[in-house]
Design a binder for this molecule. Structure first.
Ligand code: PMP
Length: 405
């Protein structure tokens, strides 16, 4: 990590907010982009921009190579068996909706069960609510313990021979801890169910091997891992994707069309109707190069250490309540400061140049579990330093004093 000049690689960090150097601690919402990614987008638009797949001219073939090359990078990054298992989408939300609308609606019937945890982000809750309503399948929630986590025993109890789909986040965007997805995949498979993993908060911080995890579907977003907005991935096992119907119909995804019917292209293109997210995919490929250049192991170690450091420092401030288990946070901490409303806290921290998030973090049921209407969240990434944490702690202390008056 030390080998990279973060100020140089991330020009956005090199600015003052309200007269203070920016400390960006809102990485779980979206990360900043390194020059390498910004330049790859610029190069694409300056030199290679064209539509993909159908063109025979040079720019189109360059754009196609770059787009399909990015797919190969994603397949290697996740250790997918083949790049046919990599579908480009708009992000985690679109990926989960694709599985819900295509796979789940086709396999679920009355009496079947969809099992999710009660800590899920709305993106991994609402699509399943809709499937349950449409198919009369039952939506079951693995109950939470006091600290917001669930036990593998409770997961095992919830998953039964009626279960068709298990959907769970790999790393929670509120608790910051990892769920036992590998064990859950084994349990799901024992009952003939499939597992969909929401990897929005895991892929940026840890090496994910979809074959080792044994997951059937895995979703993540480019913008949370140094890539552009508007691009994400759905990984799916080939034999499942092959059986699934597209949910978007139009150009690019067809094989043969007549006036009354049509047939689809092979994987992965049958799921990518219309002009795809070409620049986004190329930018994501470069983000993967960037992260792999540092090493996912190095990133994981850095993010975990920095989070533990922040937690230890925050414990020294009276009135700070942290949510979730004490150990095992991958890159974020969710908290409140006495009775200060988290929005007020985030607003005051902004006046010191510190960016954090406040709200329900798209996890209203988990907030209710904690009997909190909202919380603040500081989230860290590879460019954050202990100095950033010290600035954050100092600002928290000042905020506390300010609201005491
Ligand atoms: N799941 C989790 C755990 C997340 O943190 C997020 C982003 N906040 C999402 C899903 C949705 O990601 P996106 O908005 O990029 O689709």
């Amino acid at each position: 990590m030390e080998s990279i000049n973060m100020q140089k690689q991330f020009p956005i960090l090199n600015q003052k907010i309200h007269g203070y150097p920016l400390v960006y601690l809102d990485n779980a919402a979206s990360t900043q982009k390194p020059l390498q990614v910004i330049e790859s987008l610029q190069q694409y638009y300056e030199q290679d921009n064209a539509n993909v797949h159908r063109g025979v001219h040079t720019l189109s073939s360059r754009a196609t190579d770059a787009y399909e090359g990015a797919r190969k990078k994603v397949a290697n990054f996740l250790n997918a068996e083949t790049e046919k298992e990599v579908i480009f989408t708009r992000g985690t939300t679109s990926s989960i909706n694709l599985v819900a609308s295509s796979y789940a609606r086709a396999v679920c019937n009355e009496g079947d069960e969809i099992v999710i945890s009660a800590m899920e982000h709305h993106s991994n809750l609402l699509p399943w609510q809709q499937v349950a309503k449409a198919t009369k399948a039952k939506l079951k929630h693995i109950p939470l313990q006091n600290d917001g986590t669930f036990s593998i025993g409770d997961a095992e109890k919830a998953i039964t021979s009626h279960t068709k789909i298990v959907a769970v986040s790999h790393v929670s965007n509120v608790l910051g801890i990892a769920n036992p997805v590998k064990q859950m995949a084994a349990i799901a498979h024992k009952h003939g169910a499939v597992i969909m993993v929401d990897g929005a908060q895991s892929v940026p911080h840890i090496k994910v091997d979809v074959q080792d995890l044994g997951c059937d579907f895995y979703a993540f977003s480019g913008h949370k891992m140094c890539g552009p907005t508007g691009i994400g991935v759905l990984y799916g096992k080939k034999q499942l994707l092959e059986k699934m119907e597209p949910i978007e119909f139009g150009g690019e995804m067809i094989d043969h069309v007549d006036l009354h019917d049509a047939s689809w292209k092979e994987l992965p293109w049958k799921f990518e109707g219309g002009t795809p997210i070409i620049a986004g995919a190329i930018g994501l490929g470069t983000a993967i190069d960037f992260l792999e250049g540092i090493g996912l192991d190095t990133i994981e170690k850095h993010d975990k250490q920095l989070t533990s450091y922040a937690v230890e420092r925050m414990k020294q401030i009276e009135d700070v309540t942290m949510y979730g288990p004490d150990d095992g946070r991958f890159g974020l901490v969710t908290f409140n400061l006495g009775k200060v409303h988290p929005h007020d806290l985030a607003t005051v921290l902004d006046t010191y140049g510190i960016a954090i998030r406040a709200g329900h973090h798209c996890c209203q049921p988990l907030m209710r579990h904690f009997e909190a209407s909202a919380t603040a969240r500081a989230s860290f990434y590879l460019y954050n330093t202990e100095e950033d944490i010290e600035r954050f702690i100092l600002a928290l202390e000042k905020t506390k004093e300010f609201f005491k008056k």
